[in-house]
Every structure is written in structure tokens, then in C-alpha cells.
Design a protein around this ligand. Structure first.
Ligand SMILES: *Cc1c(COP(=O)(O)O)cnc(C)c1O
Length: 219
């Protein structure tokens, strides 16, 4: 199905207050342009080189988000233009983004990626370690990052009960943290092509959808 039709269908089906991030990784600039012409302005990428190339090539009113694992030595390249870094999962990465943002006089919005899935391989904070970090002086000193919320992924399984439990877990962490952060902490990023409806039921405010918009990726 055409990209523009998928975008319009998705936007119509998502409740008010749920933001659509079109995950364009591994898809060419032409595919992004088609989504852009259908009104989509927020795109997610998972690799720095690809994100840079697309940023250079495409309209400057696109909001680019980093959703994949980010190495500290690549932070400098994206900090000048990225609108949200969703995948902040370590003290070191948070510190590095803060330092680079400070260097160029920016405040960068981030999400804290929390690990709830059963797979060991999935990235993200263990919640108790995240709490320790958030209570530390080290965290309080980071003035050039603004924590907007939480991101997470459910276990890769067909068992809906497991997926729902993962999303409920993320939502409860989000709500607990929200009471400490206040107003600007407003983003719970969960839900992808196969599970976004369930994620929305569980309170997601941001879904990251790739293959149902752009088709399967060729790695
Ligand atoms: C690739 C990716 C997505 C999109 O996945 P689809 O199944 O194609 O919708 C969402 N979130 C993250 C973190 C990803 O890496």
C-alpha cells in the first residue's frame, strides 16, 4: 500500500495526544519524501551516518529523532540538529550528550530507555539503577539535557499477555517518574508496527512505526 495512505490511516486511527514517529531507517530519502508530502514531519532513525545523510538531503523542518543505540563518540555529530534522543540508557551517554549540548549552547530533549523485555539483549536501564542515577548529584548537574519521558520495547513474542505486562510495567515506571519531574515530562514512547495498538491501550503517548508504513527493511 502507498506510504501516503498508510500515514493518513495511522494518523486517523491514533487517539489525540499520541504522536506518530515514522521509523525510516534503511529506507531511502524518496520514501521519506512521500511520507513528508502526506504531512508527516517526525522521523526516527537508528544509525548516526544514515541520520546525518538524510538530515543533509531532506527539508529542514523535519524533526529527526534518534531511536537506536547511540555510541558516545557519535553524539557530537547529531546534537546540533536532533530533536529528541530516545535511547539514553547510561550515565556515560547522558553525560556526553549534556557536554556536547553545553558546548554549542543547546538544551537537548531526551528519553530514558528502560529495559523491561525478557530478552537479555535488549538495551536500556534497569529501573532500580535508573532511580539511583536520577537521585544523584551527577544527574542534577546535567543542565543541557531535558528529560521528556521514557522509552521502551516489549518482549518479542506472540503472547499478548506478556506484551501487555511489559507495556504496563513501562507505564507504571513512567507514572512514578512523572510525579518527580512534572509538566515537561510528558512522553511515554512505546509501541511499534506489531504492537502499537496494545501500547496505546496501555497509555503510550508516542508510537514508533516503521514497517507498516514503509514496508519491510532490507538490511
Ligand atoms: C526499528 C525500530 C522501530 C520500528 O519497528 P517496526 O516494527 O518496523 O515498526 C521502533 N523502535 C525502535 C527502537 C526500532 O529500532
Amino acid at each position: 500500500m502507498a506510504i501516503s495512505i498508510k500515514i493518513k490511516e495511522l494518523r486517523a486511527s491514533l487517539p489525540q495526544g499520541v504522536k506518530l514517529v515514522a521509523v525510516s531507517k534503511f529506507h531511502p530519502a524518496e520514501a521519506i519524501t512521500e511520507a513528508y508530502n502526506a504531512g508527516q514531519r517526525t522521523f526516527g532513525e537508528s544509525r548516526v551516518q544514515e541520520l546525518l545523510a538524510k538530515y543533509e538531503a531532506l527539508p529542514k523542518d523535519i524533526e529527526w529523532q534518534m531511536i537506536g543505540h547511540l555510541q558516545t563518540n557519535k553524539v557530537r555529530q547529531i546534537v546540533p540538529f536532533v530533536s529528541l534522543i530516545q535511547s539514553v540508557d547510561s550515565v556515560r551517554l547522558a553525560g556526553c550528550i549534556n557536554r556536547e549540548a553545553e558546548r554549542i549552547g543547546r538544551v537537548v530533549d531526551i528519553l530514558l530507555e528502560i529495559h523491561v523485555a525478557q530478552e537479555e539483549s535488549k538495551t536500556g536501564w534497569k529501573y532500580d539503577e535508573l532511580l539511583l542515577f536520577l537521585q544523584s548529584q551527577e544527574f542534577k548537574a546535567l543542565k543541557n539535557i531535558r528529560v521528556r519521558g521514557v522509552m521502551g520495547m516489549a518482549t518479542n513474542t506472540d503472547d499478548e499477555a506478556v506484551i501487555r505486562a511489559d507495556f504496563e510495567c513501562l507505564a507504571s515506571h513512567y507514572n512514578e517518574l512523572k510525579s518527580h519531574f512534572g509538566e515537561e515530562f510528558d512522553t511515554l514512547s512505546m509501541g511499534m508496527s506489531d504492537d502499537y495498538e496494545l501500547a496505546v491501550e496501555c497509555g503510550s503517548t508516542m508510537v514508533r512505526i516503521g514497517s507498516s508504513i514503509f514496508g519491510n527493511r532490507e538490511y
